[in-house]
Design a binder for this molecule. Structure first.
Ligand code: KG4
Ligand code: ZN
Length: 381
């Protein structure tokens, strides 16, 4: 089956063509073409995504990307009915509604023109199923830790492709906290990778005693160990909170952590008074705190639901510290899956994968085109 897939839920316009075969538990995919237009540079001055601009950019980029994608996925299979695709898939939520609508309207026009079924896809299900771009065997119960700029969720699947949100953030998403803290530290948007880079360099210095290449003795992380005079030790012992770490549920909270960084910077005399070394130490402690909360709650949920497979997906799943810490705490019997790096953030391949699996699961029935609507606050259920 040849699939055209479209994703415009936030600030990336993405179109891809996939070839798919197999059933819902053993699908396999081949990517024939994959194009993304990132709007990051346009949104940088706003420190986040500006919805009206995002919509305008999607409208401008969709036809250009489609043309490129169609060229790359040649030879276009024009069968007797003249259909170049068997299926079109498009994200219908969650996300920014103006952005979502742009993709949906575009997908509907193509589906009508080619008389091809259109499958609406939940973006978060797309993140979960992004690990399927590679052939995988998944055992249930499955737990998915979804971490992105808009979401921080623990999703339980007692059965394959059934979802129950068992924990989520009560305020900010973890990616959003990374972005906001980066902004406070004067780092560019999106801040996750920037914080992570600084934190990693600092962590290496501590672990290997001075150089990222290593060689020195291993010492314990500064925040547990370093007290002394910072002018002598070279390290400051900032301790940031781990909100809701010990709450009895599987929820998260990131707004207090973000505010704690704000106050810390203020108490240090403002950003202008903070040198690069201190900035890196704040980045490190922030990353440690943010990730510790994710890992701790995930570990508890794994135990409670006797999980056999763990998927960690969404933009923040690219974070190396998260990946390392998760691997440390997960029981050997649990299989851990991360999407490949290019599929951690928003992309249309995951929408194609999820669309295909839903199409097969629903025995090739699709909703009426008029009923496909952008749903900004769509939830997995
Ligand atoms: O899934 P995604 O691309 O878009 C949403 O659906 O939100 O996630 C984007 C988020 C941003 O907040 C970005 O800062 C964060 O993922 N992110 C990271 C890293 N790479 C991306 N956060 C922490 N560490 C990273 N390495
Ligand atoms: Zn996403």
């Amino acid at each position: 089956m040849r699939i055209l897939s479209i994703e415009t839920s936030c600030d990336d316009t993405a179109i891809s063509v996939l070839e798919a075969k197999g059933g819902i538990t053993n699908p396999s995919f081949r990517v024939l073409s994959n194009n993304t237009n990132s709007q990051i540079n346009i949104h940088i001055p706003y420190g986040g995504v500006f919805p009206a601009l995002a919509k305008r950019e999607h409208q401008k980029n969709l036809p250009i990307l489609l043309e490129k994608t169609l060229k790359e996925s040649r030879p276009l299979r024009q069968d007797l009915s003249g259909k170049p695709f068997d299926l079109i898939t498009v994200t219908y939520g969650p996300g920014l509604e103006p952005s979502l609508w742009t993709g949906i309207v575009f997908a509907k026009e193509l589906a009508e023109k080619w008389k091809v079924p259109l499958v609406p896809v939940n973006h978060m299900e797309g993140h979960i199923l992004s690990v399927f771009e590679k052939k995988q065997k998944i055992k249930t119960p499955l737990l998915s830790l979804l971490v992105s700029g808009g979401h921080t969720e623990l999703v339980l699947s007692k059965k394959w492709m059934q979802y129950e949100i068992v924990g989520e953030t009560v305020d900010d998403a973890v990616g959003e906290a990374f972005d906001k803290v980066a902004r406070m530290l004067g780092l560019p948007y999106p801040g996750g990778p920037e914080i992570s880079k600084l934190a990693e360099q600092e962590r290496m210095k501590i672990v290997f005693g001075g150089t990222p290449q290593g060689g020195g003795p291993r010492i314990e992380p500064i925040f547990q160990q370093k007290k002394g005079d910072p002018s002598k030790t070279g390290f400051h012992s900032f301790l940031l909170p781990r909100p809701m770490l010990h709450s009895k549920d599987f929820n998260f909270s990131y707004s207090g952590l973000k505010t704690a960084v704000l106050y810390l910077i203020r108490d240090l005399g403002g950003l202008e008074k903070i040198d690069d070394k201190i900035k890196a130490q704040i980045a490190l402690e922030f990353e440690n705190a943010a990730i510790e909360c994710l890992v701790h709650k995930t570990q508890k949920a794994l135990e409670k639901y006797k999980i056999k497979t763990l998927i960690v997906a969404g933009g923040v799943s690219a974070n190396k510290h998260l990946q390392n810490e998760i691997k440390k705490v997960v029981n050997k019997k649990v299989k851990i899956l991360f999407p490949k790096k290019e599929l951690t953030g928003d992309n249309s391949i995951m929408i194609g994968v999820a669309g295909y699996l839903n199409f097969i699961k629903n025995k090739k029935k699709v909703p009426k085109m008029a009923g496909i609507k952008a749903t900004g606050n769509l939830r997995l259920s």
